[in-house]
Write a protein that binds this ligand. Structure first.
Ligand code: ZN
Length: 275
């Protein structure tokens, strides 16, 4: 699998590399520097930083940049290369649960994409204006993949249903209520904050209401699902983990996290869940 994840290709998605002889050189992603002492060798499939001394192969690189364990790095690169790893069947791991988690992650990804486009459509104009009025730049709005759930109570349901998911799966995602009267989206007329896990998978959503409807909570979150455990996750961690700062700032609300000034992690949903 390492052969389908060439180290120069992988590192290039994080670091701007220039060819120098047999090596590729760039600014080290693991310490702050102004001249490149970070070197990648394609023949040997290894990297080394002559500034801070970090070195390793492509798995080690992903472990460090994504802040994940070795098995997670293997999974990460397998996903990227479109390789299906052999499933463990005799170690007690419940495969049906894992499959359900993956299905929910896929449904969430579709939903996040739908909300994202909605915010940038005509229907999302007021919501976009609201975010701008709160002082958010386009860059910030994109970095956090913010979206909008429209005014129809089944807009998302119709969109996702057309992609071939069963009602049972859709209900397990926590995004829908389905009963004898019909199917309803959990979120509508709300600005949407996708909640990502450290791997960048969309695991849940938060929504802030736009209308002044009475009896409706100002903020609404996805319920816990097979994929989403509220006490195990921190909003924004998938971005914060990439900082080179020596500290973290903890903030309480979505907007508090988003409005922190930051330079070091500009990215777009294309890097995260829209791939
Ligand atoms: Zn370094």
């Amino acid at each position: 699998m390492r052969s389908s994840n060439d180290i120069v290709d992988i590192v290039s998605t994080y670091v701007q590399l220039k060819r120098r002889g047999a090596n590729y050189v760039g600014l080290c992603p693991f310490h702050n520097e102004k001249t490149g002492s970070f070197s990648v060798n394609r023949n040997m499939q290894i990297f080394k930083c002559f500034g801070c001394g970090v070195s390793g192969n492509v798995f080690g690189f992903i472990e460090r940049t994504e802040n994940i364990s070795f098995p997670e790095a293997v999974q990460f690169l397998a996903d990227r290369a479109g390789i299906k790893l052999p499933e463990k069947t005799n170690d007690g791991y419940d495969n049906s649960k894992r499959n359900l988690k993956e299905r929910i992650a896929t449904i969430n990804k579709e939903a996040a994409t739908y909300y994202y486009r909605m915010l940038r459509s005509n229907e999302g104009r007021n919501a976009m204006q609201y975010l701008k009025n709160r002082g958010l730049s386009d860059e910030t709005i994109n970095s956090f993949g913010l979206g909008f759930a429209g005014r129809y109570s089944d807009g998302l349901y119709k969109y996702i249903k057309s992609k071939g998911y069963s009602d049972e799966e859709l209900v397990s995602s926590g995004l829908f209520t389905i009963n004898e009267k019909g199917a309803y989206d959990k979120f509508w007329d709300r600005v949407i904050f996708p909640i990502m896990d450290p791997r960048g998978r969309v695991i849940a959503f938060g929504g802030r209401i736009m209308s002044k409807a009475e009896n409706a909570p100002k903020y609404l979150n996805s319920p816990e699902t097979e994929l989403f455990n509220k006490s195990e996750n921190l909003y924004g961690l998938h971005l914060a983990k990439k900082t080179k700062e020596k500290f973290f700032l903890l903030a309480e609300g979505y907007m508090d996290v988003i409005r922190r000034p930051r330079k070091s992690f500009s990215c777009s949903p294309k890097d995260i869940w829209m791939s």
